[in-house]
Design a protein around this ligand. Structure first.
Ligand code: HEC
Length: 428
């Protein structure tokens, strides 16, 4: 009772509490993040072979995108409500917000894994970097694709120059290359260590992340301006703040640090990201930094102070976990709530509503588009079947599914989970 009184006071006194929940839903490390220019939507790619489209303010998953045979290593936001994903299968998928059940286009672009994607400033071209040693430019409208060859090994980063007249790449051959789109010979900048990551600001400043833990800052024409000792292990992700003043760098061991991009001084280190951090992105307003972790979670940080944002007190009624009853089963269900609602009338999130799921044949929630492989199984959902689903994991129990791989380790938790689902999804 005291607790609730205190909570009520806290809720009454706090400014309209903003929900800034972590994004949990992937079944593997989060390898790539991009945010739409309006700051509303994030897309993440994962080693679990899926991409997830998130509604950022509520922290819920809107769709699970599944088209690649292998990890989704790269994601990009395209114009007109579209997204691109790049896979370890060498393919690029173009997705439209109008229908996330299948890609609008699926293009065989590279003969090796795609490591990075970038959209040209005019929105016409998608650049991809690959471990097949090449870069490709794929037209989003009509036109012929272009290939840029010359790197001696994996290409790990790609970006456009500020004026859009060149594409820049970073390679494991310890070179950063600036390729003019008019066909002139590329400028090759040799650096002392292999490069794993690349970021470019609006004014053209470039940063390369090195295998020896250095970050190299270069002027727009490729002159080395500064070398920052960023980490003790390879730098594998880099992101500039939208104003270009700050640079975040992540390495598999050690932390994520944020640097002043002009002085090279460290401003702060994030405390407790799920290491290793594979991906970083600032929100377009520059207020938040998102980090995608080896522990499958996307965390949010105050980009000015490095403070961890969330889990926080969330507005009552509006949050993902509203209506969960505090039981052990409800606690376990928190891992599901980003993608599933429980009550009739609460529509689908990235997964179908579970309202009425007990006794229902697999793949038959009205209005939800399932993956074909999943809906073709012959299963009637019961407590035992759902418990088995998360004992074995969706990819084993229901091969062909787009539900990200996850298991619930303990038999007690599975029992509590299915008791909770039965109760919470029963017709009133
Ligand atoms: C990241 C999103 C995501 C998370 C997290 C998630 N699911 Fe799913 N779930 C899906 C998707 C997508 C489908 C549909 C699968 C398909 O079409 O291949 C699905 C399908 C299901 C189904 C089958 C429903 C039907 O109508 O046939 C059940 C049951 C289910 N999920 C339960 C759970 C439970 C319990 C959890 C938590 C332990 C969970 N899910 C976590 C996305 C998710």
């Amino acid at each position: 009772m005291r607790f609730w009184l205190v909570m009520l006071v806290v809720l009454a006194l706090s400014p309209p509490a903003r929900a800034e929940p972590e994004l949990r839903g992937h079944g593997g490390p989060v390898r790539a993040i991009a945010v739409t220019p309006d700051g509303q939507i994030a897309i993440t790619g994962s080693f679990d072979q899926s991409a997830i489209v998130w509604q950022l303010d509520r922290g819920i998953a809107r769709a699970v995108l599944r088209a690649h045979e292998g990890a989704v290593n790269a994601v990009a936001v395209l114009p007109e409500g579209r997204f691109a994903t790049g896979g370890a299968d060498g393919r690029i998928a173009i997705w439209s917000r109008a229908d996330f059940s299948a890609p609008e286009r699926l293009l065989d672009v590279h003969s090796g894994p795609i490591s990075a994607l970038a959209l040209s400033p005019d929105g016409q071209w998608l650049a991809s970097a690959s471990w097949d040693s090449t870069l490709r430019l794929t037209p989003l409208g009509a036109g012929e694709s272009r290939t840029f060859a010359g790197h001696q090994g994996n290409v790990n980063g790609v970006a456009f120059s500020a004026d859009g007249r060149a594409v820049v790449s970073a390679g494991y051959d310890a070179s950063l290359r600036i390729w003019p789109l008019d066909g002139a010979a590329p400028r090759v900048v040799k650096l002392p260590t292999p490069l794993n990551a690349l970021a470019v600001t609006h004014d053209g400043t470039m940063a390369g992340g090195g295998a020896d833990g250095s970050v190299f800052l270069l002027t727009p024409d490729g002159a080395l301006r500064q070398q920052i000792e960023a980490a003790e292990a390879p730098v594998i992700a880099l992101a500039f703040s939208p104003d270009g003043r700050r640079l975040a760098a992540a390495s598999p061991r050690g932390a994520v640090s944020v640097f002043d991009a002009s002085s090279g001084e460290k401003i702060f280190t994030l405390n407790g990201p799920g290491l290793p951090v594979w991906s970083l992105a600032f929100t377009p307003d520059g207020r938040q930094l998102l980090s995608g972790g080896g522990d499958r979670i996307v965390r949010r940080w105050d980009a000015r102070t490095g403070e961890h944002l969330g889990p926080v007190v969330i507005e009552r009624g509006s949050d993902v976990f509203a209506g969960l009853d505090g039981s052990r089963g409800a606690e376990v269900f928190k891992a599901c709530a980003v993608c599933h609602t429980l009550k009739a009338g609460d529509g689908p999130r990235a997964g179908p509503s579970l309202a009425g799921v007990m006794g229902r044949h697999i793949g038959t929630a009205p209005g939800y588009v399932y993956s074909r492989g999943f809906a073709a199984h012959d299963i009637v959902w019961s407590k035992a079947a759902i418990a088995r689903l998360f004992e074995l994991g969706p990819s084993t129990f229901t091969p062909g599914t787009k539900m990200p791989e996850q298991t619930v380790g303990s038999a007690e938790d599975r029992a509590a989970l299915v008791d909770f689902i039965e109760k919470a999804t029963a017709a009133p």
